[in-house]
Design a protein around this ligand. Structure first.
Ligand code: FES
Length: 145
């Protein structure tokens, strides 16, 4: 039911972990299943994403999509990263079963939430970026996971 790429990224996820003093951090939750993803971005002075890392407390499809999403956004400008949709992530993974499509939204939303955090910290306006609806970081700042 899963493509080889999904299985690969699930079993060997890339870029798992945290970035200390990240330029932007976004934490989002999936209302359907309660799974959580946190994305860390390191962004240089030219607004290019140097590094992306993630932590996911969620299902295999969420792990695989976040892993692929971190690979896709690395090296992109923040404007380009904003255009990395869950559809693009799914395509890069050769698809997901229909019941797992919602899982891929976590990765897209986590990127947006991290970009939003970066924009706020630097008083920037990123064209097309909206305040993330599902950013839950404010409610769990003290929580260790
Ligand atoms: Fe929750 Fe996949 S079932 S993210």
């Amino acid at each position: 039911m899963y493509s080889e790429k999904v299985m690969d990224h699930f079993q060997n996820p890339r870029n798992v972990g945290e970035i200390e003093n990240a330029s932007g951090v976004g934490t989002v939750g999936n209302a359907k299943c309660g799974d959580i993803m946190r994305m860390y971005l390191d962004i240089d002075e030219n607004h290019v994403i140097r590094e992306a890392r993630f932590k996911t407390f969620g299902c295999g499809a969420a792990v695989a999509t976040s892993s692929m999403a971190t690979e896709l956004v690395t090296g992109l400008t923040v404007e380009e990263a904003l255009k990395v949709t869950n559809k693009a992530v799914m395509e890069a993974l050769d698809g997901l079963p229909p019941v797992k499509v919602h899982c891929s939204l976590l990765a897209e939303e986590a990127i947006h939430a991290a970009l939003w955090d970066y924009a706020e910290k630097n008083h920037l306006k990123i064209e097309g970026l909206e305040r993330p609806k599902t950013d839950i970081s404010e409610h769990e700042e003290e929580e260790e996971w």
